[in-house]
Design a protein around this ligand. Structure first.
Ligand SMILES: *Cc1c(COP(=O)(O)O)cnc(C)c1O
Length: 357
């Protein structure tokens, strides 16, 4: 039985064509700055987003940390969402390694931070306070696309107060494809989404389907500082054009097709709507969140796993569509959830832990 793995869009395997591109990549030593494929990837993404420079890094976590440490000094403060990846899911790296104080702000249901909350959190220049230095936003956030006019307002507000701006765009191209709409220009949308930000981090290893890697884009000065931080964090890699080649291939072949992932997520959401005890949240891109009544979550996950369908979640469930899930996989996932409710599982949940989630 093949597994339908909807835990994350990070689980994709490189396609045969991507492996071919990797096998033929021209290589150098990127710590010496002479790996031509890394240089090409960095220049490509910087140009695409209208930034002066870019830096290839092993992970999104390291990319965000390099950015925050490039913007901030010891004792500076970053305004960030209470549920943002940079605040919640990166081991507290900015505080631990950067001596940067996070000021978490309430995350609105659509992933935005209220402009009034941002403004109210900016500290006056007074030795009692950390120096508010940076605004960090995330797009997509939990699969939600932040509106372009909101991004323009939030970055303008930050600039007015002398703050830097960073976008955690781990799934930037999902946001871009959704923002552009059917037949729209996703690359132009990516440029418009990132226009107001000083730095932008993009993951190649999620929906784009590369095995490893993120790229941080920004001004020459900020990227030069980030480069120093990357070295300090052990992120200087050698013949890493092997991986950059996968990223270039992904940019060539895997951006427009994100629309397929979005359509499959919508199809999955529609297929799960109306089942007893489940509430499907609105879907913008490739992530489907389902709130589950009471104790059903672990039993449902265990049932799905036994049917060869993997998802994550403790109270709610999360399904993420990607390159390695086709229409038949979505049908199987829907059928597997429905079969849980057809049997008497739902009435008598056997709560077996099926973790780690
Ligand atoms: C996955 C993710 C990251 C971190 O990327 P890793 O490569 O897993 O370190 C950062 N931000 C967001 C929004 C993400 O989804």
């Amino acid at each position: 039985m093949t597994v339908v793995d909807l835990r994350s869009d990070t689980v994709t395997r490189p396609t045969a064509a991507m492996r071919e591109a990797m096998a033929h990549a021209e290589l150098g030593d990127d710590v010496f700055g002479d790996d031509p494929t890394v240089i090409a990837l960095q220049q490509r993404l910087a140009a695409l987003l209208g930034k002066a420079a870019a830096l290839f890094v092993p992970s999104g976590t390291q990319s965000n940390l390099c950015a925050m440490m490039a913007h901030c000094q010891r004792g500076d403060e970053v305004l960030v969402g209470q549920l943002a990846h940079t605040y919640r899911y990166e081991g507290g790296g900015a505080a631990v390694l950067g001596s940067i104080q996070p000021q978490p702000l309430p995350q609105q249901a659509d992933g935005t931070l209220a402009l009034a909350d941002i403004e109210a959190a900016i500290k006056p220049d007074d030795p009692h306070f950390a120096r508010t230095r940076l605004l960090c936003l995330e797009n997509t956030w939990n699969g939600h696309v932040l509106p372009l006019d909101y991004l323009a307002q939030a970055t303008a507000l930050a600039r007015k107060h002398g703050l830097g701006t960073h976008l955690d765009g781990a799934r930037l191209f999902n946001a871009a494809v959704a923002t552009a709409g059917p037949g729209g220009d996703a690359l132009d949308a990516a440029r418009r989404i990132t226009a107001g930000f000083d730095t932008v981090s993009v993951c190649l290893s999620k929906g784009l389907g590369a095995p490893i890697g993120s790229v941080l884009c920004g001004s020459g000065e900020l990227i030069a500082r980030a480069h120093r931080v990357r070295k300090m964090l052990g992120g200087g890699m050698r013949q890493v054009g092997l991986l950059a080649a996968a990223g270039l291939h992904a940019l060539d072949h895997h951006v427009a097709r994100l629309a397929d992932d979005h359509a499959r997520a919508s199809k999955l959401a529609a297929g799960l709507a109306g089942l007893p005890g489940l509430r499907v949240r609105s879907v913008n891109t490739n992530i489907v969140f389902v709130d589950v009544d009471g104790e059903l979550g672990p039993a449902l996950l265990a049932h799905l796993k036994a049917q060869g369908v993997l998802a994550t979640g403790l109270i709610g469930l999360r399904f993420v569509t990607h390159l390695d899930v086709d229409d038949a996989g979505i049908d199987r996932a829907i059928a597997a959830v429905r079969s849980f409710f057809d049997s008497d599982n739902a009435a008598n949940p056997v709560t077996q832990p099926s973790g780690p989630y």
